[in-house]
Design a protein around this ligand. Structure first.
Ligand SMILES: *Cc1c(COP(=O)(O)O)cnc(C)c1O
Length: 471
């Protein structure tokens, strides 16, 4: 160390000097004294190590930035510009304002969760949604659990534990997150009996597999994939007579399911829960946060006697939902009583039903920021595109959309440069998540509603071209 360095270090302020600074007072107010002392010490020792001269004000400022950064929630809002409305990794359905209000009210105060306000006696938590679910689906009874995976597990465990469960080989799906139908069935205590082949299963396959040990027939909606070509599956309605004849329940896992005919909203038809009930399945399971557009929950609807057995299963207690989600769910379900306004009030349907014309206008409104961001490193232009629904329903179905295609102007290494561009957008105060498509970073406008918020967030955009590997 030179004498000059030593002299400089002597000039570094003390922790106390920094803490006495006016700017530091505000930081202490926000984050507490202990955290601020720790942050200032870190800044000073870094400066000492790097031989850097650091004044009182800039030390306080850096400590504040450090604390600000550390205080940011890890589970924080992002801009989902993937175009996938029900993106599992981004939290699936956005809740309607009515559901958000109901959840907040339930968080803030005591609620009549298992309490009958009428007679002052104990009530059941399912009572808050039972009636409306019966009304919408025409099922005899209904119950709610943590998610559809839990609904499937609980239903199988209740009716087929220690017995055989018959399912088509073409329906032994993996949903992701290690949810594999064969494993769930085994964990639920059932003995898996596979029938048919991957591409073709006939009613006679089921007929021949039924034994005195059979506990249920299981039908699974092949949510996330589609087999094309030489295929045959047995629809639930053809399984009903077989189930009735032997007195064994038919369980239909609809996956997403929907409570309304999506055709009404310009989308392709997806089996509704009411249709599945009408076909004659004894138990139907589906998700709360897929097409239904509510909080993460799973439903089991069907025959009264079976739902009663499910409710007596001790596992039910371990899989139940809390008051916050239940409040949001009740409010979400109530929106279905007014189908005419559903597409405006329920974000999932609102986003899914946005037309290409509406979406194509968005990139034009963003012309200015696109021009400002695009530079030597990349170009940004409006393009047509196709967005997916996500989370299973209508596999392989996309709807036409519009987007912004951001691609590097460099000739070589387009892939890694797009990845670098993606990192720069994700580093914004509200991270922006797009999708990589043919070497470009594409922002799909289907899932962007807060245009003003998006543009003001871009005010913080900075690519340091060399560092970020864009140049
Ligand atoms: C999505 C899905 C599940 C799992 O539902 P979660 O609500 O994600 O737990 C189960 N079965 C099918 C067919 C599905 O599509």
């Amino acid at each position: 160390m030179t004498t000059r360095d030593t002299a400089m270090l002597r000039q570094l302020p003390s922790v106390d000097e920094v803490l006495r600074d006016r700017a530091a007072q505000d930081v202490i107010e926000r984050f507490g004294r202990t955290a601020m002392v720790e942050a200032v010490r870190t800044m000073l020792s870094q400066a000492r190590r790097d031989g850097e001269m650091l004044g009182v004000a800039s030390c306080a400022e850096r400590a504040a930035a450090e604390l600000e950064n550390a205080s940011r929630e890890s589970l924080r809002p992002v801009f989902n510009l993937t175009g996938t409305v029900l993106h599992t990794n981004l939290g699936r359905a956005l809740l309607a304002a009515e559901a958000v209000d109901a959840a907040i009210a339930a968080m803030r105060s005591a609620v009549a969760l298992e309490f009958d306000v009428g007679d002052g006696r104990r009530g059941e938590r399912d009572d808050h949604v039972r009636e409306i679910l019966r009304e919408i689906t025409s099922a005899e009874d209904a119950t709610v659990v943590n998610n559809n995976a839990a609904a499937v597990l609980l239903a199988i465990n209740t009716v087929a534990s220690g017995r055989e469960a018959i399912v088509s080989r073409g329906e032994l799906i993996e949903i992701g997150g290690a949810f594999r139908m064969p494993e769930i069935m085994t964990r639920a205590g059932a003995t898996l009996v596979e029938v048919g082949t991957t591409n073709r299963t006939h009613i006679k396959d089921y007929v021949e597999a039924v034994t005195p040990e059979t506990g249920m027939l299981l039908k699974v909606h092949t949510s996330n994939y589609r087999i094309e070509g030489f295929t045959k599956e047995v629809p639930p309605r053809e399984l009903v007579p077989l189930a009735r004849k032997h007195g064994i329940p038919l369980v239909n896992d609809l996956g997403s399911g929907t409570l309304v005919d999506l055709g009404r909203f310009g989308l392709r038809h997806e089996p509704t829960v009411a249709e599945a009930v009408a076909e004659g399945a004894d138990i139907i399971t589906f998700s709360g946060d897929k097409l239904l557009g509510g909080p993460q929950t799973g439903f089991i609807v069907g025959r009264k006697e079976l739902i009663a057995r499910i409710n007596r299963n001790p596992m039910k207690r371990a899989l139940r939902v809390d008051k916050i989600r239940l409040a949001a769910l009740e409010a979400t379900l109530k929106l279905y009583r007014d189908p005419d306004r559903l597409a405006q009030r329920l974000p999932t349907l609102r986003l899914l039903s946005r037309t290409r014309e509406v979406l194509a206008a968005v990139p034009h409104r963003m012309g200015r920021w696109r021009a400002r961001l695009s530079g030597s490193a990349f170009t940004s232009r409006g393009v047509p595109g196709a967005s997916q629904i996500g989370s299973g329903p209508l596999p392989a179905y996309t709807s036409s959309s519009a987007g912004v295609d951001n691609r590097t102007s460099a000739q070589r290494g387009a892939g890694s440069r797009s990845a670098a561009l993606g990192r720069a957008f994700r580093a914004l105060p509200v991270p922006v998540v797009g999708r990589i498509e043919e070497g470009a970073l594409v922002f799909d406008m289907r899932t962007l509603e807060d245009e003003a918020g998006f543009i003001s967030n871009l005010g913080h955009f900075s690519v340091r071209e060399k560092r970020d590997g864009l140049a």
